[in-house]
Ligand binder design. Sequence first.
Ligand code: ZN
Length: 432
Amino acid sequence: MYWQPEYECIGRQRLEQIQLERLQSTLNRVSRNVPFYRKKFEDLDIDPYDLGCLEDVRRLPFTTKDDLRDNYPYGLFAVPLREVVRLQATSGTTGKPIVVGYTRSDINKWSDLVARVLVAGGVTKDDVVQIAHNYGLFTGGFGFHYGAERIGASVIPSSGGNPRRQVTIMQDYKTTALVSTPSYALYLADVMDEMGVSPNALNLKYGLFGGETWSEAMRQEIQQRLNIMATDDYGISEVMGPGISGECAQRRGLHVNEDHFLVEIVDPETLAPRPLGEPGEMVITTLAKEAFPLIRYRTGDLTRLIDEPCACGRTSRRMDRVLGRSDDMLIIQGINVFPSQIEALLLDVEGVEPHYQIVVEREAALDKATVLVEAPQALFTDRIREAQQTIQALKKKLDTELGISFEVKLVEGKSLERSQGKAVRVVDKRTF
Ligand code: ZN
């Protein structure tokens, strides 16, 4: 089942032709209408009319989150405000928010792209879709709302908050698909337990989750506790909101809507392109947006592209689940590593808890890295040998998989620092 098979199942050659045409017209539009881009192109001596192939995108300048903040609120709009029919914004918890605008045509395309994601996740016009993302300036609520209406599903705009009410709505309105963040879905599962509501008594079949990074283990837990198929979706407000990519029933990476978004993966340090399939920072150029086009926007999200055929029949490249943020990247002993990579390896070893802390120090100009992992109490008293084996297994795993030699220390449960309920994963004591 597809929403727009003519694009979702398109051949690569035809796709790249469409991408190039749309890229050229986007560049023309921004160089004409956005002084910020016109100046950047002039400074770099780039003629936007002289772009022969898709690889030429690498000659173009990057756009950063700071650029968006510096042009707050409307500086990067490529159309006059009278053509903008909707404004959304990022939360702006750190610094100024970023305001994004949509023309009527942008809203129309956005609805179709979200519809693709919903259909890939199992939703049809016969479904009852409960949207528990926040409505308002945040793109999650309205983005999914318009997409689900476009399909013809019955939409419940329950928005966030009040979990007991969400569960009651699910029961009474016979919700078949839940759209939210993955952590909120788990929270709802807890509330169902408290309320004595069994997921088997509900009509839920699908869960479409995004808006934060989550692990495969978390997916398994959600699927089992809510008795649903859980798919991952990706969208960031600066670029459009939901609808950039989403998983199909195979659940092996998120199909990117490549006819609308040109995705590159670059080394977050050097900004050099990474070979296809290698992880790095995702950079997105919008190909069809009118009001708020972005050229080579550095998302800060780390992922890799999967260029293998998918059993669902969609031909697009997929992106892997987001592995972390480039701001989280650590360089230890000269090797780039993300806390999420270390976490995944720790969870593979039996007998340790999913609470850990990475401490990096410098001794005689060398990096010394230690992983503190919480372990059950019994390991410290009567199973000392087992504790030694666990430490050795962890050290070996980290060394072979990451090429970094870590010290490993087991610590008692709940002894690692938590800040406002959130764990402190990295303590970097090095001074540079
Ligand atoms: Zn697929």
